[in-house]
Design a binder for this molecule. Structure first.
Ligand SMILES: [Zn+2]
Length: 365
């Protein structure tokens, strides 16, 4: 099939990728085809196919499952977002930690695309529908060429309309609920992905070189997901200061972010995104970023305290990572990663809203 498609396309980069990928399926060596995938250019067809994620291997977290995404790129939207990758160095410099903990070693090349998914297969079909992917995972390709971030705008749009938007009215007072905005769900998704490439990675603990992942063990992934969420907001605020995004829309950013915490909390307290979201809820509430209005039975966000709270939380998370502090992370999670009665009630009020969507793709386009 890949070879037939390669014979059909007139685009040389797509032809090269499809041919090399077909060969990789026979040889089980994907390196060259991953490089070709990063070099795809001049075609609206953005197709990812291969053994990618290890989420379904619950035993060792090592075996990748095969999946595929067939998507059509939106050239205008892609061009509009592509400029943000040029700010990755500024984002690293702007992290709220001392300079000696910042990480300027990583590659800062990162193609960004906005695309509509027209088909999915394999591991992409069951479970939570992804709204973005950041591939490949092969560190050798990442060092040579970075990683490609693709936002699936139609999947994201469906989750916004069916889940996030109606959720806003259940958690926020009406005037703040009206600020929940698809544009900011898309920005938060993009800056979440970009933020995974920021902050401490390789670190020195007691004179030995190691990595954050190794030091934080099973505590690491929930902390890392919370970091990407919070750093995502922090970096959007930076883009507002740089006048790339309107500063007057801070209330939309915070309303969308706050409601998004509840969307993630529903994935459950054992799942990394769910646990990371509970941490953000409790920590930011303690900082006064929002309060419960008893009469309205809804939350009210305090934008100034939210901004300060995001800064403090990001600082604390990054320092746990910079120090590779396993015990500290465990204690931090133990203290904050839990919901109170109001949050439990808010989640219960969402019972009629779907937790996720199930797409039906067309047979032809
Ligand atoms: Zn993430």
């Amino acid at each position: 099939m890949l070879e037939q498609a390669a014979a059909r396309t007139g685009n040389p980069s797509l032809k090269k990728f499809l041919s090399l990928r077909a060969r990789a399926f026979r040889t089980d060596d994907y390196f060259e085809s991953e490089l070709a995938w990063m070099d795809l250019t001049g075609t609206p067809i953005e197709v990812a196919i291969g053994p990618y994620e290890v989420y379904t291997d619950r035993l060792m977290g090592a075996k990748t499952a095969f999946e595929s995404f067939v998507t059509l790129k939106d050239p205008q939207e892609s061009a509009a977002l592509a400029k943000y990758k040029n700010y990755l160095k500024d984002m690293e410099a702007n992290l709220p930690i001392e300079d000696r903990y910042k990480n300027f070693q990583r590659g800062f090349a990162s193609p960004i695309a906005v695309a509509e998914q027209v088909h999915g297969g394999g591991d992409n079909v069951p479970g939570v529908q992804t709204i973005a992917f950041n591939l490949p995972n092969d560190e050798r390709v990442r060092e040579a060429k970075g990683a490609k971030k693709v936002i699936l705008s139609n999947v994201l749009g469906a989750k916004f309309e069916r889940i996030l938007k109606p959720m806003g009215s259940l958690v926020l007072e009406p005037d703040q609920a009206a600020r929940v905005d698809k544009k900011y769900m898309q920005f938060e998704t993009l800056f979440h992905e970009l933020s995974h490439s920021l902050g401490p990675g390789t670190i020195v603990v007691n004179g030995e070189t190691t990595t954050v992942d190794k030091m934080l063990k099973e505590q690491g992934s929930a902390l890392e997901e919370a970091k990407a969420d919070v750093a995502g907001v922090w970096n959007i605020l930076l883009m507002m200061r740089k006048r790339e995004i309107p500063e007057a829309e801070k209330p939309q950013l915070f309303a969308t972010y706050f409601t998004g915490i509840f969307r993630a909390v529903r994935f459950g307290a054992v799942e990394a995104h769910g646990k990371g979201a509970a941490l953000q809820y409790a920590y930011l509430q303690d900082k006064g970023a929002f309060r419960w209005n008893e009469a309205a039975g809804r939350y009210v966000i305090d934008d100034a305290k939210m901004e300060a709270g995001v800064r403090d939380l990001l600082h604390d998370i990054l320092m746990l990572q910079a120090n590779g502090d396993y015990e500290g992370t465990k204690a931090f999670m133990g203290k904050w990663a839990k919901l109170d009665a109001h949050a439990e009630a808010a989640v219960a009020s969402m019972a009629s809203l779907p937790v996720d969507i199930r797409p039906i793709y067309p047979d032809a386009i």
